[in-house]
Ligand binder design. Sequence first.
Ligand code: AMP
Ligand code: MG
Length: 342
Amino acid sequence: MSRVSGVQVRKRGMRWVLAAALTLYGCGPQQQDQRLDFYAFGTEISVTLYSVTAKQTLLATEQLQSHYADVGHNWYPWRRGELHAINTAMRSGSRVDVSPRLAGIIRRAAEFELISGGRFNAGLGRLTELWGLHEISATPSALPDNADIAAILADRPGAVRIDWDQNRAGTRSDFVMLDLGGIAKGAILEDSVTILRELGITDAIINIGGDLTVLGNVRGRPARIGIRSPSNRSPIASLSIDDGETVVTSGIYERFVEIDGRRYAHILDPATGYPVDHSVSATIVHVDPVLADAAATALIVGGADEFDALTRAFGIDVALLIDSSGDVRLTQSMRERLHWIE
Ligand code: AMP
Ligand code: MG
């Protein structure tokens, strides 16, 4: 499943695309609606700004582009940026300085690991590598060795195994490798909101590969988001998103490897070391994009059995989970807000 919105994502081949003035809808003479397109960390990003000045557009473009480039380099463990350096230092038993923003995200990841009873775990990079689920590796030809999976799991790696001395990180674990993929988009949405708000932009939709945050409203009306069927991609429902809310969807169809004709998804169950196959997608609406992102990943791992417990643990009112047989679990608030399409 993925979301659709008023913002349509266009396919572009270029690494960075900055676009494109949009239509003018009854704004003041100095103000226009603008859509900016970026491509970073393998994801299409579109930012639609409503009733903004040329100066706001220019500054937003520059600052967002620079932030996305920075994050693409420094928050991805398989590129030689800051997260790679942190993992390398911890692996050799050293302590390492972590920038305040990244330290804050890693600490939140540890908090979500505790809240979710370990369903969310941002310290499983070694498992991701074993399954060949990171982008640099070639597609594996065989399943990982169970002994290798067991060796990693026996060490109980996780962000909670990191001990901090101020913003210096270290670990006694031999197998912790931070992979922030389950939380990074939420953090980038949060940073994008900060950038836009500081420029005085009050109405916008930031859409990072389908996960999106709404600021203000769309020409006086709440933004409406569509939810698609995981099986045939046709729209099945829509819901209104209020000022400051984020919608995040995790889906096992998003990334996978194929081994012996079978697909293995990119979301791993930290208890078994195997990719999840019982749940297909989880959608969450919440005012905290970082929490929403972590919780969506955790809900996929927990599945239908843990849906109630996990939504309670994360303090989430609006959530939906579709399992692999097509059954849908919904919170009461999601039920009330969703409009099913016939
Ligand atoms: P998301 O699309 O937010 O559900 O994130 C999926 C990504 O999170 C994967 O590509 C991995 O980088 C990472 N990941 C996989 N399994 C887990 C897990 N159980 N907890 C946290 N992050 C995970
Ligand atoms: Mg996530």
